[in-house]
Ligand binder design. Structure first.
Ligand code: FNR
Length: 370
């Protein structure tokens, strides 16, 4: 892309679309069914208005915070996204290096196309969590947890919204499959279908067939107890969208709650995450940290989510667009860009740190019409 440096996440997406094979771009970009929630994740942010404060000496500002006690340079963290080597040959290692160098928290997907040990080795000691899919094969699942523990991942983000894979129609149409030169890096030892990553889905998406045959759809809250019994890692539940489930999660002693609709790739027409956030934050009442992902592409989105009670936000697709554009440099550029936007939002709203963002600084657009 000589001569064209994207200036926004949206432009990185356009660049990625031009550079990636259709099979890969569609897999990354798509949401479920009519993609109503996909649009809502973004649109709901745009319906919120910031109430800025002025005259507050913003000559020095900081994006720094902590997430589960880990000091990080930014509340913008990296969500787990599968199969990153489809975006760039360096895949998850590039993401890990870019994250580590900027002291950004990265969550690695179970469905990484690079073994978790190699991803950790790409930047030893960086802030890092592991996203867990619970497989029907519990022995295999427990081994994965042990490996994550041994490689310095400090929390498990247990994905709870995927008993079946949402129907992403582009993937169905493309008969999506992991390209043959790639494998599910965490399952090389297990071999067979686990490692191949996709199954022959016939007329369906190959990933959908993979999930149907291997992922445990009996998953229930008792399994949080099971995970507690096999690991000392912090447990974060990823995919909570209601106050009811937030209360359940608290009853089962989770360490944090991650509001997510899986990038609108699972159940279409669920609400946007920024609209689900307030009820979860209210139910949790400060007992544990709450995070949000979904549709965050601007510094002002981060500002809004934090104002509404999120401790941190996670970004999925923006990282993939940076990775597709220029590997590690592209991921670093996207992180830098979004952090610069957050810094500017802080400055223009009269805050010198993320802790100074007040709830009263964000209102729904209709608040101005009453
Ligand atoms: C995801 N997501 C995801 N989540 C998860 O728990 N495990 C995974 O393997 C994946 N894989 C994955 C692949 C791709 C291509 C996307 C886009 C998303 C969901 C991800 O963690 C996160 O919830 C969303 O991506 C957040 O939304 P944005 O930032 O993409 O809008």
């Amino acid at each position: 892309m000589a001569g064209w440096e994207p200036v926004s996440v949206r432009e990185y997406e356009k660049a990625a679309e031009m550079m990636l094979p259709k099979n890969a771009f569609d897999y990354y970009a798509s949401g479920a069914n009519d993609m109503i929630t996909l649009r809502e994740n973004r649109a709901a942010f745009s319906r919120l208005r910031i109430r800025p404060r002025i005259m507050r000496d913003v000559s020095s500002t900081s994006n720094k915070t902590t997430v589960l006690g880990i000091p990080v340079n930014s509340p913008i963290c990296i969500a787990p996204s599968a199969m990153q080597r489809m975006a760039h040959d360096d895949g998850e290692k590039a993401t890990s290096a870019a994250a580590g160098k900027s002291n950004t928290l990265m969550t690695l997907s179970s469905w990484s196309t690079t073994p978790l040990e190699e991803v950790a080795a790409a930047y030893p000691g960086g802030p890092r969590w592991f996203q867990l899919y619970v497989y029907k094969d519990r022995k295999l699942t427990a081994e994965l947890v042990k490996r994550a523990e041994a490689s310095g991942y400090t929390a498990l983000a247990v994905t709870v919204d995927t008993p079946v894979l949402g129907r992403r129609e582009a993937d169905v149409r493309n008969r999506f499959k992991l390209p043959v030169h790639l494998t599910m890096g965490n399952f090389i030892g297990a071999g067979g279908a686990h490692a191949e990553g996709t199954k022959d889905g016939g007329k369906d998406s190959g990933l959908s067939a993979y999930v149907a045959s291997l992922i445990d759809r009996t998953l229930s809250w008792d399994d949080i107890r099971w995970l507690r019994s096999i690991t000392k890692l912090a447990i974060v539940v990823k995919g909570v969208m209601t106050a009811e489930d937030a209360r359940e999660a608290l009853r089962y002693g989770v360490d944090a709650i991650w509001v997510s609709n899986h990038g609108a790739r699972q159940l279409d027409t669920v609400s946007s995450t920024i609209e689900a956030l307030p009820e979860v934050v209210a139910a949790v009442a400060g007992k544990v940290e709450v995070y949000l992902d979904g549709g965050v592409t601007r510094g002002t989105d981060v500002f809004k989510a934090l104002a509404m009670g999120a401790r941190a936000v996670f970004i999925g697709r923006p990282v993939l667009w940076g990775l597709a554009h220029s590997g590690e440099d592209g991921v670093a550029a996207v992180l830098r860009l979004m952090n610069e936007e957050l810094t500017m939002a802080l400055q223009l709203a009269g805050c010198t740190s993320v802790d100074e963002i007040q709830k009263s600084m964000v209102v729904h657009q209709t608040a101005y019409y009453t």
